[in-house]
Design a protein around this ligand. Structure first.
Ligand code: IVH
Length: 692
């Protein structure tokens, strides 16, 4: 970790941390060019806070733990905030949120937090902005700055269509002065499109939506801001003056304030929930966390606020943050770590893919040690170099991505060069003109062979238990196997005695290879690794032709006529079947009795598949099925396995550790929920279990 203390002496380390934090505050708030991910910054602040707690005598008023943001850049006119724009304290898990709520209740003289109302809202990852209306007319906008003084960005904010220039008369009579606070942000899609335009114009892409939004607001020329698709969520009234009696702005609660803002035409997020007690707060946080990637904008946390405005006044604030609110940070999706090396892996087609070997780092909910770098151009474009710190991004289930190097000022290590020789067979690696991929062109390359065989034996294909990459390497090294048909000729005697394989494992392996013959045709098709033929296409083909022989003999027209196939896949299939060496392997497979099974599609008595025309959602783990396995089982029974619950969903199968948002959606739509132990019955009959 680059932030390792140079010093173990608390006084010195505190000084070091304050300097580092001041430096990164400047990069983030004034220059819109952060050098480190937010989570790394939070770690620095947390360390400083811990040391200051342990050594209260070392706390000073100018410590970054006592202040907000950074002072203005001087690029715009200063604006003095009528009421200080505060920051928020952070909580990193549910326990810290619960502890905060209990502290708050105690400070307010309550016995329990359960009768307190809280607002739970997305912590939008954008730029805090204050927008002032004079008798309903937009007159000024300012950044937060150091909380006391911000910068006048009126001309730029005036270009944001989502911010009304005149409040809607629905909220009239207008207050004499209304200062709305909220977050200017870039919606996810708009950000992607904007970056696409930047790239095609040869300009530098923005690192993330927050930076792009901040940079867009800090333009000297408002015409530049105007073409950036910025938007706004209002979340607070900062200052108000001249409120008539009975006005919608005469609010006693946060909820009433938000309603008044919405009536005035200020965008207010629909995701804000007003809930009672800690359990409901935690449930809403978890719901927002699960839907984090479906909101249409980046969030880096969830803000929890006391709803009652009088109670807020009583709770008070510290120099930098109110006591009546807290930010629950969500697990970071970006962290920095050491790029130890860049290696190249050879796929079953010979494609040489560079990948990053990292110092393991916890990001996006799991520990990441490897990340693909896709191809040579990507490594060059990202300019990542072994021996340096890099930023790793991982969002939910998406594969981890290397964003780029942490910008460093010192001397950099040498750039990485794409190898010219295959790491597996030492044959040449070739990149053709106009192509982005590099290939090992040696058909005898053991790495390609091992990958082809691994794919054949993989879960999505013939699912041969015990035939993982390690054992395949052993079989290939012993020259017992060169192609997939060889697997079916293996005997126990041949295998037993190979390194790591005794009599028992050899017997088990031969048994599972024999059992694999009974897999349906579609799995064989997947296993052959024919270009463009994935599980869905394979099933369509298997259902349409029934047998392997019929499929191999089919004309290109007949193939293309299958629903979901089309000319490109048809051509790929025909090219595969027409290849002489493929034909030899396929003939040998047929002789060995592969596949023995017809495509299994159990028809009901009426000739219709049990789940025909039905959409089913599986949430949580169902015993005996992998995630793909459950999906496949539903499809084999004629149903459609979908990822999200809608009014069209037939039922939701509820496994272990189900998704809370799916359950609540199903409940609100009245969709039947089927326990995991009734899944088999559902597949076989299409009937919902009897519920009482
Ligand atoms: S309330 C005194 N609500 O988070 C309360 N802030 O780390 C001040 N933010 O400066 C803010 N979404 O830029 C609040 N729903 C929300 C928010 C939110 C994002 C930002 C805001 C603030 C920062 C504090």
């Amino acid at each position: 970790m680059i932030f390792d203390g140079l010093s173990d002496v608390p006084e010195l380390r505190i000084g070091e941390l304050r300097d580092l934090i001041a430096h990164h505050n400047d990069r983030y708030h004034r220059r819109d060019e952060p050098e480190i991910p937010d989570a790394d910054f939070d770690a620095l602040v947390a360390e400083l806070r811990r040391l200051e707690n342990e050594h209260p005598d070392l706390v000073s008023a100018d410590s970054p733990t006592q202040s907000v943001g950074a002072s203005p850049t001087g690029l715009f006119e200063p604006v003095a905030h009528r009421v200080k724009m505060m920051s928020l304290d952070n909580a990193f898990d549910d326990e810290e949120v619960a502890a905060w709520a209990e502290r708050l209740a105690r400070a307010l003289g309550r016995n329990s937090v359960d009768d307190l109302l809280f607002s739970v809202e997305p912590k939008v990852d954008g730029v805090a902005v204050s927008v002032t209306y004079d008798h309903g007319v937009f007159v000024q906008a300012a950044t937060r700055g150091d909380g006391t003084t911000g910068e006048d960005i009126t001309a730029n904010v005036a270009t944001i269509a989502a911010i009304p220039k005149q409040l809607d008369s629905a909220c009239a009579p207008f207050p004499a002065v209304l200062e709305v606070r909220g977050e200017v942000y870039l919606p996810t899609l708009a950000f992607a499109e904007m970056n696409e335009r930047q790239r095609s114009a040869g300009a530098k892409a923005f690192v993330n939506p927050r930076n792009a939004a901040a940079g867009s607001l800090r333009q000297k020329d408002p015409a530049v801001t105007a073409i950036r698709p910025l938007s706004f969520w209002g979340y607070q009234v900062g200052y108000i003056e001249g409120v008539s009696a009975g006005s919608v702005f005469d609010a006693a609660t946060h909820a009433q304030t938000l309603t008044a803002l919405a009536l005035g035409g200020i965008p207010v997020s629909k995701e804000i929930g007003i809930v009672r007690g800690v359990a409901a707060v935690l449930a809403h946080i978890s719901e927002l966390e699960q839907r984090r990637h479906d909101l249409g904008y980046d969030i880096d946390g969830v803000v929890i606020k006391l709803d009652d405005l009088d109670l807020r006044d009583r709770a008070g604030q510290t120099s930098r943050a109110p006591r009546w609110a807290i930010a629950r940070k969500l697990p970071p999706e970006e962290r920095s770590t050491l790029l130890k090396s860049i290696e190249v892996s050879i796929g079953r087609t010979g494609r040489a893919t560079p990948y990053a070997v990292l110092d393991p780092i916890f990001v996006g909910g799991s520990t990441v040690e490897f990340a693909t770098l896709h191809n040579q151009d990507q490594v060059i474009a990202k300019d990542v170099r072994p021996g340096e710190q890099v930023i790793v991004h991982k969002a939910g289930d998406v594969i981890p991505e290397i964003v780029g190097p942490l910008t460093s000022t010192g001397k950099r290590p040498a750039s990485w060069m794409f190898p010219t020789e295959c790491p597996a067979c030492a044959g040449p690696l070739v990149r053709l003109d106009g192509e982005s991929d590099t290939y090992c062109v040696n058909l005898d390359c053991p790495a390609q062979r091992i990958q082809r065989l691994s794919h054949f034996a993989s879960r999505a294909a013939l699912d041969i238990e015990g035939l993982g990459e390690k054992n395949i390497e052993r079989l290939v090294a012993a020259e017992l196997v060169t192609d997939v048909a060889d697997l079916f000729d293996l005997s126990i005697d041949q295998i037993a005695g190979l390194e790591g394989l005794g009599d028992v494992s050899a017997t088990n392996l031969v048994t599972s290879i024999t059992q694999a013959k009974a897999q349906p045709l579609s799995r064989l098709l997947v296993g052959l690794g024919i270009r463009h033929v994935g599980p869905t296409t394979a099933r369509d083909l298997a259902r349409a032709f029934g047998t392997f022989e019929a499929l191999r003999e089919a004309s290109i027209e007949a193939l293309a006529a299958v629903e979901g196939v089309g000319p490109v896949i048809a051509e790929s299939l025909q090219r595969f079947f027409a290849n002489d060496s493929n034909a030899v392997v396929l003939d040998r497979l047929s002789m060995a009795g592969v596949p023995a099974a017809e495509e299994s599609s159990k028809l009901g008595d009426d000739g219709i598949l049990p789940l025909a025309g039905r959409s089913i959602v599986v949430t949580g783990a169902v015993e005996g099925y992998s995630r793909d396995g459950a999906k496949e089982a539903i499809e084999r029974a004629g149903g459609k396995a979908t990822g999200s619950v809608s009014a069209k969903t037939f039922c939701v199968v509820v496994g272990e550790a189900p998704g809370a948002s799916k359950l609540s959606k199903a409940e609100s739509l009245g969709i039947p929920m089927v326990p995991a132990n009734a899944f088999a019955q559902l597949l076989a009959t299409g009937d919902l279990p009897n519920t009482t």
